[in-house]
Write a protein that binds this ligand. Structure first.
Ligand code: PDD
Length: 291
């Protein structure tokens, strides 16, 4: 079986085989889901937008009042070492920090003397296959039952998990989250809509994760002159869209061609999404070629 986690992993300042990294059952990540994470894509062993990912990590840590255990250079050194040791050219590096383990269970923060727990590992980066891109994927809509700080990339993901699982059980790849009649994002992706040639993107608010891929898509739309509106998208607009796509560090730009059992547009990936996928690949290639 192909390994999913490369050895060594990073764990509390050390590089160890995964089998030697042990977490206390009192760790607040385990007890409360009290922690944060990041996923950084790596192409041809070059990190993609690492500064932006580490900035979002910093913002999420600040949002949950947890001190960053490493500075920017420290995290970069960890990521570089994991990437160099892993057997794959294209990787996705996972980082996690939790509020550590006290000697008891108490909702309030542990004393400042309790160290946070840091964990990072690299896995192979598996982007969607050409066949999947050609067909697009199916999605469902579900009510957004998450808390009100969806802008923080925290590990407590139950509402996202339940939404994604419902999609899987209905033979779909993603669940689109609707709150108060508006599209927010997917269970683990940002969502874009195309109507009459115009790309519509929900705005960054506390009810959506500010995706790094989302930012790249907006930058590419602007630099290629793709008409773009950043504004709230009504559920009815979603249902009448010509194109719907999901974006994330691992899915890149992937068409959603069926929504709640109905075809999106003509039921095939649309021209704006195809162009955006190509622009995204070209952009990746410039990063990969950087010396
Ligand atoms: N998820 N929205 C949510 C809720 C997400 O979980 C993600 C990413 C995104 C896209 O963000 P980015 O473009 O920075 O990957 C949007 C990752 C891939 C995950 O949890 O597996």
């Amino acid at each position: 079986m192909t390994p999913y986690v490369a050895d060594p992993v990073y764990f509390n300042g050390q590089f160890l085989p995964l089998s030697e990294a042990h977490v206390s059952p009192l760790d607040r990540g385990f007890l409360y889901g009290d922690g944060v994470y990041e996923i950084i894509p790596v192409y041809s062993r070059r990190t993609f937008r690492i500064d932006e990912h580490l900035k979002r990590l910093e913002a999420t840590l600040a949002g949950i009042k947890l001190r960053n255990p490493l500075d920017l250079a420290g995290w970069k050194a960890v990521v570089e070492k994991l990437v160099a040791a892993a057997p794959w050219e294209d990787q996705s590096v996972y980082l996690q920090v939790t509020r550590g383990a006290d000697n008891k269970r108490d909702h309030a923060f542990p004393p400042a003397s309790i160290a946070s727990t840091s964990f990072a590992f690299s896995s192979p980066m598996l982007t969607p296959s050409a066949e999947l891109r050609a067909s697009g994927v199916a999605a469902i809509t579900v009510p957004d039952q998450r808390w009100a700080r969806c802008d923080l990339k925290v590990i407590s993901l139950l509402a996202n998990i339940l939404a994604r699982q419902q999609a899987v059980e209905e033979g779909c790849a993603e669940a689109l989250l609707i709150r108060d009649g508006f599209l927010k994002e997917g269970a683990a992706s940002n969502i874009f809509v195309v109507k009459n040639g115009v790309l519509l993107a929900p705005p960054k608010t506390h009810l959506m994760l500010p995706g790094i891929t989302y930012d790249v898509v907006l930058e590419l739309a602007e630099s290629y002159g793709q008409p773009l509106e950043i504004r709230e998208i009504q559920e009815t607009e979603l249902r009448n869209a010509n194109e719907v796509w999901m974006t994330s560090s691992t899915k890149e730009v992937l068409a959603i061609t069926t929504l709640d059992g109905q075809p999106v547009g003509n039921g095939k990936p649309g021209p704006v999404g195809e162009k955006m996928w190509q622009w995204y690949q070209d952009f990746k290639n410039t990063v990969m070629r950087k010396g």
